[in-house]
Design a protein around this ligand. Sequence first.
Ligand code: UFG
Length: 321
Amino acid sequence: MVLVVGGAGFVGSHVAKLLRKQGTPHVIADNLSSGHREAVLGSEFAHCDLRDPADAARRRPPQPAEEIMLCAGSISVGESVRDPDIYYKNNLGAAINLLSAAKKTVKKVVFSSTAAVYGEPTQIPIAEQHPTIPKNPYGETKLAIERLLQWYAAAYEFEAVSLRYFNAAGADPEGELGEDHDPEEHLIPLAIDAALGRRPPLTVFGDDYPTHDGTCIRDYIHVQDLAAAHLLAMEHPCPPAINLGTGRGHSVNEIIRAVERVVGPVPHEFGPRREGDPAQLVASSQLAKRALGWEPENSLEQIVTHAYEWRKAHAQGYATK
Ligand code: UFG
């Protein structure tokens, strides 16, 4: 049985959908603080808050889970700087409570980590051996979980792998699941909403970066490809950490043009840099290919198209019927 912690969230719900499709028994555990009950679809669901050890003990998710996909967590870099307490409790604290409860029964843990563990890159593309010097509590707490996982895995004899996502984007190609954050801060959904006239013009954060067009470069990876990598990571022996990106970078201006090709003109203006944004984050995806046999299948056009289809049908996210 696979336990998908955070399975009502953006990535976790796509992981659970693939598990359903391949008929793998699983349970979603989520506290619904940022996840959505509507994203659980046909999976078994346990409403459970791992931040509180007493609650976790009282209403522990069904045990024993042989595999755990740990997809839960708070994800906003800016918020983590303003209020680190949330990140230490929601990310690190919840992970400790979960692993304390599961350490004797679990065989494999697949953890949702992030490119934010690298901090300011000194080399592009970024390989897994790149120094990990996070610049914010979000990256710090993810790195702390990566490290504790390795100690726990060695001591309690289970396998663990941290999947370092670059920029998760897109939506379920079948239109059942999509991105619904509150507040939404990610570039692609904001650009789509601006093109649909649902928001004020997009502000591009900085056009004076040392990149070919002055705007920041990121490696956007389709959520469906991320989900597929989780299932492969569950099945294969893995190194401690694996990047999940395409190995190709796109600037903010290029993303705007990609959204314009799919949706129409994106009203936008140029503003100051956002604090803490590195100029470029692009993955080396060689290890994922070698260790998992994984390669992303979706192009940037597909990322934008699926994200657009979801937002067109769900103006208020999951609240839209
Ligand atoms: N951007 C804008 N305007 C906006 C929003 C974003 O110009 O309104 C730019 C950002 O400056 C950045 C790019 O678009 O250059 C992408 O920004 P996102 O907020 O969509 O994503 P980030 O790259 O900031 O964050 C992602 C993940 C985080 C993770 C981080 C790793 O969402 O969880 O990568 O650094 F921590």
